[in-house]
Design a protein around this ligand. Structure first.
Ligand code: FES
Length: 100
C-alpha cells in the first residue's frame, strides 16, 4: 500500500484516531517531519484510508454514515471496514462520531 517508516505510519494512525484528517492537523498533532514529496504522497494515502485490510476509505465510511448506517456494527457490515484484523475499529468509530 505504501512505503512509509513504520513509526510514522503508526503515528499517523494514532493521530487519525484522535481526529487528524489533514496533513496540517497531522503536523500539529505529531512530532515527525515529512521529508519529501514521495513521503507526503504516502502520508496523504494513509490519511484518506480508514481500513487497510479491506481498503475502505474515510469517504466510504462517511458515505455509509450519511446513508443512515450510524453504528459501528452497521458501518462495518455496510463497508467491510473493521472486518479484517479489527485494529481500525477505533478509527471507524472516531469517523462516525466526528462525522469527518
Ligand atoms: S485495518 Fe481494518 S480490519 Fe484490519
Amino acid at each position: 500500500m505504501m512505503n512509509l517508516d513504520m513509526d510514522k505510519y503508526l503515528a499517523i494512525r494514532k493521530a487519525q484516531h484522535n481526529g487528524a484528517r489533514t496533513v496540517d492537523e497531522l503536523k500539529s498533532m505529531t512530532q515527525f517531519e515529512i521529508e519529501n514529496d514521495e513521503e507526503l504522497k504516502n502520508v496523504e494515502i494513509v490519511l484518506k484510508n480508514a481500513c487497510r485490510c479491506k481498503n475502505v476509505s474515510i469517504e466510504d465510511v462517511l458515505n455509509a454514515v450519511n446513508s443512515g448506517f450510524t453504528t459501528l456494527d452497521e458501518v462495518m457490515s455496510e463497508t467491510g471496514a473493521g472486518t479484517g484484523c479489527g485494529i481500525c475499529k477505533g478509527l471507524v468509530e472516531s469517523i462516525i462520531t466526528n462525522k469527518r
